[in-house]
Design a protein around this ligand. Structure first.
Ligand code: PLP
Length: 393
């Protein structure tokens, strides 16, 4: 017989039972829950003042307050660290919160940063405009040759910022050479590894100091939340944890951590499918007249294919091609597509398309960069969609 809760709570013995039930949730096995429970709480209480004080001395390794260490978020951090072969990880509210925190943790006024010119737009804006306000200067370089890095080094260079491959033109940097050069001048190397995911590239193994991810893309995998992560040695991560993480407060919410942990469980499976489908669609497109140049690191036609073979163990399904077709025609093509949706971001189920102008090309003709994200649909349907739609414009 069930009775109304408010009635039951008046009974002292029943109240004790409810309290007991609440404590039971805190046991290590989580009742055998098959998926990580969501610890939707801000603080954690202690049985003694001594325990409270001891935990307070190491906020990041105890559960004291969720703007430091929440069990659901920590679960995801440990899984990501294992995947990326890192000693430590911290999860943030977004990829940008992770990127800006990683950079801020290693610079001060008067320092200099070297960054690849094709890095993610908001990252470039943060470096080129925002940090300039605090007298931190950034030199943007092509980055595909180690000479570009060497030539840009100054006595005050503190950060090498890499994104390999970049997420519009898919250019790569030599991770080992960049990491070695950075180390030799006492700079910290940071890489955005969002495109490859930990499934296809582990930059720490090449000597890179810090890896950043937008978890919003493949790792979350379902276009249902925004998140980011920084990974690296305990030493560097402790610095970020106690300063940028706790002071700027761009932390990940436990609900988000649970969603991303769920995505993580199918990441290797999804990436295998993305790689296969992406290559099938890219190979088909390579043969089309409207494609002037294909930018896909997994195709032997990519000018840095050899480098990719050394540092990537696979390729994801975001790639682009250069086209000299009128941009209005390309946009009409996008309008006619049914499987490919028009939209930013990537990493979820649905295939996506965006069309951008290419600023860096010196060519007189007006080239466009068509970026495609191949989702989890059947690649035969995707190819049929692309061909049918092109026939209609
Ligand atoms: C999306 C993205 C980011 C930023 O991540 P958010 O989660 O949107 O803040 C950074 N780098 C790359 C390569 C991205 O694609």
């Amino acid at each position: 017989m069930s009775e109304p809760l408010n009635q039951a709570m008046k009974d002292e013995k029943r109240e004790q039972q409810f309290t007991q039930a609440a404590y039971d949730l805190l046991d290590g096995r989580h009742h055998g829950a098959i998926h990580v429970p969501i610890y939707q709480n801000s603080l954690f209480a202690f049985e003694s003042y001594e325990q409270f004080e001891e935990a307070g001395r190491e906020l990041l390794s105890h559960h004291v307050y969720s703007r430091g260490n929440n069990p659901t978020v920590q679960h995801l951090e440990r899984k990501l660290a294992d995947l990326e072969q890192a000693e430590s990880a911290k999860c943030f509210a977004s990829g940008m919160a992770a990127i800006t925190s990683a950079i801020l943790s290693v610079v001060e006024e008067g320092d200099h940063i070297i960054c690849v010119r094709q890095a993610y737009g908001p990252t470039r804006e943060f470096l080129g405009s925002y940090l300039a306000r605090f007298h931190v200067e950034t030199t943007f370089i092509d980055g595909s040759s180690i000479d570009h890095w060497q030539d840009a080094v100054q006595p005050n260079t503190k950060v090498f910022y890499l994104e390999s491959p970049t997420s519009m033109l898919f250019q790569q940097q030599d991770l080992r050479q960049c990491a070695e050069l950075a180390r030799s001048i006492g700079a910290i190397s940071i890489i955005d590894n969002t495109w490859a995911t930990p499934c296809f590239q582990n930059p720490l193994a090449f000597g890179i100091d810090l890896v950043v991810h937008s978890l919003t893309k493949y790792i979350g995998g379902h276009s249902d939340c925004i998140g980011g992560a920084v990974l690296g040695s305990k030493l560097l991560m402790n610095r970020i944890g106690y300063t940028e993480y706790m002071l700027l407060g761009g932390i990940m919410a436990p609900q988000t951590a649970a969603l991303i942990s769920k995505g993580l469980r199918t990441l290797p499976l999804r990436m295998q499918r993305h790689e296969e489908s992406g290559l099938i669609v890219a190979e088909h497109l390579s043969k089309q007249g409207y494609v002037a140049r294909m930018n896909h690191p997994g195709l032997p036609s990519h000018p840095q294919y050899e480098l990719g073979q050394r540092q990537l163990s696979g390729s994801s399904s975001l790639f682009s091609f250069i086209s000299y077709e009128p941009v209005a025609k390309l946009k009409e093509w996008a309008n006619q597509l049914r499987f490919f949706k028009i939209g930013v971001s990537w990493g979820g189920f649905e295939s996506l398309i965006t069309i951008n102008s290419l600023e860096t090309d010196k060519d007189d003709r007006k080239p466009s960069v068509v970026r495609l994200y191949v989702g989890l649909e059947n690649p035969k349907d995707l190819i049929a969609d692309l061909d049918r739609a092109w026939g209609e414009v």
